[in-house]
Design a protein around this ligand. Structure first.
Ligand code: PPS
Length: 336
C-alpha cells in the first residue's frame, strides 16, 4: 500500500502547479507564435497609417485598394521587368543597377531623371495610366505580395527579379526607415518595432510570408532570385547574372561602369540614386538618410540575446521547408 507523506503531497502539488505553469507558458508561447506574422493583427492596431486590404497592409495616403486591385489586369509585354522586394531589401540598389544596365553604364545618361521615376512603384496612385502609355521596356518595382500581381506575369510574360535580404538586417533597416519616413508611424523604440515586425504589422506584412510566397511561385514566372548579401559580396557577378537574364549585351568595360556607379559610396553621393531629392513631407532628411549603412550584420548592434533567440526560433519554424539560406554576417560564405 502506498501511503503519501506530507513532503510527497507537497511535491505532488508542486508538480501539478509546475505542470499548469508549463502548459500555460506553452500555450502563451503558442499564442505568440500564432500572433507572429498573423495578418489578422494588422487592421486591429492603433497604427492608423496602415490600412489592411485583402490581408495586406497598405499605407493610407500613398496607396489605395482600388489602384492595387487593378494591377492584376495590367496587360504585360514580354519586355516588362518587375523588381519585387520586401521593404529595405535593396530596391533602390536594383533600380540603380537596372537603370545603368539599360544605358550601358553611362551614368551621365541617368542624371536627368530620378531612379524612382525611371522605375516607378506599381502600387501608387496613377500607376496604371503611366504603365499603359510607357514605352518599352517598362521597369517597375513593388513590395506587394504575389496575389496582387498581373495575371499575365504568372503566365511567363515579362520578367521578375526578386531581391531578398536577411530579415534581421531588414528589420533594423526598416526600424530606421520608420523614424525617417513621415508616412510611417515612428516607433517608440527598437523593442516596439521588433514586435511590430514579428507580427507582420508593417507595410509589406510578414517577411517570412513574402519571401516564401513569391519563391514558391517562381516556376510560373520568368524569375530571377537575387540576395542583397550576394550583391554586397560580389556585385559584378550579380550584375552579370542580371544582364544575361535580361538578354542585354555589355562589354567588360560597361559592366565595370555599372558596378562602379552602384557602390554604396557612389550612390550615397548621387542625388538621382538616393532619395535625397524626395520632399521633406515624405522623408525627414534631418532624421536620417535613405542610404544609411549598407552592410551585412548590423542587426548585431540592435538585437538582444532574447530577441535573437526568438527570431531564430521563428525563422526555423517558418522557413523549415524553404530551400533558401541567408548570410547573417559579412564573413559567412555564400552557400546558394
Ligand atoms: S525601400 O524603402 O524598401 O525601397 O528600401 P530599399 O531600397 O529596399 O533598401 C534600403 C537599404 O538598402 C541599402 N542600400 C545599399 N546597400 C549597399 N550598397 C548599395 N549600393 C545600396 N543601396 C541601397 C540602404 O542603405 C538601406 O539599408 P540600410 O541597412 O538601412 O543601410
Amino acid at each position: 500500500m502506498c501511503q503519501n507523506t506530507l513532503p510527497d503531497l507537497i511535491k505532488a502539488a508542486d508538480l501539478q502547479v509546475k505542470d499548469r505553469q508549463e502548459s500555460h507558458a506553452h500555450s502563451k508561447e503558442r499564442q505568440r507564435e500564432m500572433a507572429e506574422c498573423s495578418n489578422k493583427s494588422s487592421g486591429e492596431t492603433p497604427d492608423h497609417k496602415l490600412i489592411s486590404h485583402r490581408g495586406f497592409n497598405l499605407i493610407s495616403g500613398i496607396h489605395s485598394p482600388e489602384v492595387v486591385d487593378k494591377i492584376q489586369n495590367f496587360e504585360i509585354r514580354d519586355s516588362d521587368v518587375f523588381v519585387i522586394t520586401y521593404p529595405k531589401s535593396g530596391t533602390i540598389w536594383m533600380q540603380q543597377i537596372l537603370s545603368l544596365i539599360e544605358v550601358k553604364g553611362d551614368v551621365t545618361a541617368t542624371s536627368n531623371q530620378l531612379n524612382s521615376e525611371r522605375m516607378p512603384w506599381i502600387e501608387v496612385s496613377d500607376s496604371e495610366k503611366q504603365f499603359v502609355s510607357a514605352p518599352s521596356p517598362r521597369f517597375r518595382v513593388s513590395h506587394l505580395s504575389y496575389k496582387f500581381m498581373p495575371l499575365e506575369l504568372k503566365q511567363k510574360k515579362g520578367k521578375v527579379i526578386y531581391v531578398a535580404r536577411n530579415p534581421k538586417d531588414v528589420l533594423v533597416s526598416y526600424y530606421h526607415f520608420h523614424k525617417y519616413a513621415n508616412m510611417l508611424e515612428t516607433p517608440k523604440d527598437f523593442d516596439d518595432f521588433f514586435e511590430k515586425f514579428m507580427k507582420g504589422n508593417v507595410y509589406g506584412n510578414c517577411w517570412f510570408e513574402h519571401v516564401k510566397n513569391w519563391y514558391s511561385h517562381k516556376d510560373e514566372m520568368n524569375f530571377l532570385y537575387i540576395t542583397y548579401e550576394e550583391m554586397i559580396k560580389d556585385l559584378r557577378s550579380v550584375v552579370e547574372r542580371i544582364t544575361s537574364f535580361l538578354g542585354r549585351d555589355l562589354t567588360p568595360q560597361q559592366l565595370n561602369e555599372v558596378v562602379e556607379h552602384s557602390t554604396f559610396k557612389n550612390m550615397k553621393n548621387n542625388p538621382q540614386a538616393n532619395y535625397q531629392l524626395v520632399s521633406i513631407t515624405m522623408l525627414n532628411h534631418e532624421q536620417g538618410a535613405f542610404m544609411r549603412k549598407g552592410i551585412i550584420g548590423d542587426w548585431r548592434n540592435y538585437f538582444t540575446v532574447a530577441q535573437n533567440e526568438r527570431f531564430d526560433e521563428a525563422y526555423q519554424q517558418k522557413m523549415k521547408d524553404v530551400p533558401l539560406s541567408f548570410i547573417w554576417d559579412m564573413n559567412d560564405p555564400i552557400t546558394s
